[in-house]
Design a binder for this molecule. Structure first.
Ligand SMILES: [Zn+2]
Length: 674
């Protein structure tokens, strides 16, 4: 069980009074609680990769949430146990663990139905997710079918991740501390999963491994959430092993790490860990014995990957913690658990020793070096005028690039998202422009700016911002997909295809890139290429409802309506809340002359998604054309009032249609009401 973003010290068993975590506390009370457990990364995808394969990110290469895929040839707990006849199921709650990123291998079931469509057009920094209660319900259904079978089940909950919005009763129970409300929400969600296991007591045969992927800074060292720095607030995690048959309750204070979990689980079922894993079994410690002390590697590379800041690497050994940055840091956690006294200057020999250990460990590390296919992509970008001259990723970093000196920019970027989430898009853009002006070399800030400009209908500006972002970070498939999408939507699908094709030729291309490329092909009537590109998407991400839907839309274009209808129905099976599927089913009904069916589909689309402007537009136009003016009026008014600037052309069309229709129905000019 992995609970996202869960600080160890937010749990009752770790000493937090009134934590609201009765289930976690019960598990810990009868299990082995590790007080000094650490992650190696402070973001979701790399951290879970470490847990599942027992190796440092240096070996598996997943260094950030975006732009990476777990290698197809690396063993994980799931592949190893599956090959030994275990049944395997994964139930995850948020997009960073979507099947497209490759953690699916070895799992017979990989349930990532978040119920929200993801893609290049998704909201700024909005992470599709589902409540833990739903994930746990799916896991329980699967586990109920595993009676008398050996199984490995991974359950991931996303609460208490930001934005903190605990439901009742947890919101009221933790007024002024919504993060803790989220922790209590996660705990309650786990109850139905833990209750039957705990009820079996010493007779049970289930090993429970409970941890978090990383913690949450909550203001520590000027960090609000997580991902940029690597202090204990985010690097330290809870860890509980529960298996009363194997070991009795105990508190272990020896340092342990996520890479130890794969060897531990294999050890518990009598299997050896494969060669090359970085961890070792915790069962000796759990049973009250000892094991040789080991150093722990960690890193935080998100800011390096997305903002061009200095990459953060580090090493812990005993109570010493070394953070390798332009301004190096050394702490003694035994005497300074809050990491307030940097000993880097006063203890140069310790610093040198840890630095050389870290260099040893990273000897073969390629870090964030571009993917193999990038040179070709970069060449094409240059030829198209999209890259070059504006500086690619830096190779040398100075104190000016040290993330701890740049946290005010981190806060400002959070405020950009905050304003956007509140609906103040112009305010968000104004602040984003200030951030870009104060440090123009951050691809992420330019990427945000592009997104906000696009939302405000400033298409040329958005394309220029995205172009600059990509020039700074040509590896970013996220930005490439976004720019390709903008170009295709601005009447330049040929340029979009030229931009995206090099990225699409990677052995395992990015899903958003393939989606944007398919959209570009579709808009120049290369329907066969578009259908093939969506097919590639579905190869890597079979549960991608939006890709199934978009493939259906292209099939309509190609005149293959029966296949299209099947695609929309399949999309709705994958995601019943996908309003856009009803928009398209309405279009098919309308083409068949089944007007009432079409109207019903569009109304359904609007119920599911109030921002389904296409449905609003189709309802308004169809009803007007039928002369059903009173019925049409609310849709017309709502569309004219709410449609975003990107709908400008349709707004004009509808306005003139409404004027003409009402004029005709009143029989005289001048009496029309819009
Ligand atoms: Zn996470």
């Amino acid at each position: 069980m992995t609970v996202d973003t869960l600080r160890a010290d937010a749990i009752g068993a770790y000493g937090y009074r009134d934590a609201g975590t009765p289930w976690m506390d019960r598990l810990a009370a009868d299990g082995v609680l590790f007080t000094r457990a650490h992650a190696h990364n402070v973001v979701t995808f790399p951290s879970h990769a470490n847990i599942l394969c027992g190796r440092y990110p240096i070996r598996h290469g997943v260094r950030d949430n975006a732009g990476f895929r777990f290698p197809a040839d690396m063993e994980t707990i799931a592949t190893l146990l599956r090959s030994r006849g275990f049944h395997t199921g994964a139930f995850v709650s948020a997009f960073p663990l979507d099947s497209r990123f490759g953690l699916t291998r070895g799992f017979e079931v990989y349930d990532d139905h978040f119920g929200e469509a993801a893609g290049p057009a998704m909201r700024l920094e909005h992470i599709p997710r589902r409540p833990g209660t739903e994930t746990v319900a799916a896991a329980r259904r699967w586990m109920a079918a595993q009676v008398d079978r050996s199984f490995f089940c991974w359950v991931h909950l996303y609460e208490p991740h930001w934005p903190y919005a605990p439901p009742e009763p947890f919101a009221s129970r933790f007024p002024g501390n919504p993060y803790q409300g989220g922790v209590a929400t996660a705990d309650a969600a786990l109850g139905p999963l833990l209750q039957p296991i705990l009820a079996q007591g010493a007779g049970g045969r289930t090993l429970v491994v409970f941890t978090a992927d990383h913690g949450e800074a909550l203001g520590d060292h000027d960090e609000i959430t997580h991902g940029i720095l690597a202090y204990e607030a985010t690097l330290r995690v809870p860890l509980v092993l529960y298996a009363p048959r194997l070991f009795s309750r105990r508190v272990v204070s020896e340092p342990v790490r996520h890479v130890d979990l794969l060897p531990t689980i294999l050890d518990a079922v009598g299997l050896d860990a494969p060669r090359g894993v970085d961890g070792s079994s915790l069962l000796p410690l759990a049973a009250g014995g000892a094991r040789p002390a080991a150093a722990t590697y960690f890193e935080a590379l998100t800011a390096a990957a997305t903002r061009g800041w200095a990459p953060l690497y580090g090493l812990m050994r005993g109570s010493e913690k070394y953070i390798d940055l332009p301004i190096p840091e050394l702490y003694d956690l035994a005497t300074d658990p809050r990491e307030e006294k940097n000993l880097a200057v006063s203890r140069p020999q310790d610093l040198a020793r840890l630095r050389s250990l870290l260099l040893d460990l990273r000897r073969s590390d390629r870090g964030l070096q571009p993917a193999r296919e990038s040179p070709e992509a970069l060449e094409r970008l240059r030829a198209l005028g999209y890259a070059g001259g504006e500086g690619a990723r830096k190779v040398g970093y100075t104190e000016e690039d040290d993330p701890k000196r740049l946290m005010s920019l981190n806060t400002a970027l959070s405020q950009v998202i905050g304003r956007y989430d509140e609906g103040d898009v112009p305010g968000a853009l104004a602040l984003c422009r200030e951030v870009v002006a104060s440090r123009p070399t951050m691809p992420q800030a330019l990427h945000y700016r592009a997104y906000l400009e696009w939302q405000l209908g400033q298409r040329d500006a958005a394309i220029e911002s995205a172009r600059r972002a990509l020039a700074l970070n040509a590896d970013s498939t996220e930005i490439a997909a976004r720019l390709g999408y903008y170009l295709a939507q601005s009447g330049r699908p040929g340029a979009a295809a030229s931009l995206l094709e090099p990225y699409s030729r990677r052995r395992e291309p990015d899903v958003d890139v393939m989606t944007a490329l398919a959209v570009a092909y579709a808009s120049v009537d290369r329907t066969a290429d578009a259908v093939a590109a969506f097919g590639r998407v579905l190869e890597f991400d079979p549960s991608n409802a939006l890709a199934v839907l978009n493939r259906g839309r292209v099939l309509i274009q190609a005149g293959r309506t029966a296949e299209a209808r099947a695609a929309f129905q399949r999309a709705l099976q994958l995601d019943p809340s996908l309003g856009l599927a009803h928009v398209s089913l309405g279009l098919l009904a309308s083409q068949d002359g089944r007007t009432e069916d079409a109207l019903a589909e569009w109304r359904r689309a609007l119920e599911l998604d109030p921002r389904a402007y296409e449905a609003l537009f189709d309802l308004a136009v169809t009803l007007l054309q039928q002369g059903r003016i009173a019925e049409a009026r609310p849709y017309v008014e709502r569309y004219l009032r709410d449609a975003p600037p990107t709908e400008a052309a349709n707004v004009a069309r509808l306005r003139s249609l409404a004027r003409a229709t009402t004029r005709a129905s009143h029989g005289a000019p001048g009496s029309a009401r819009e």
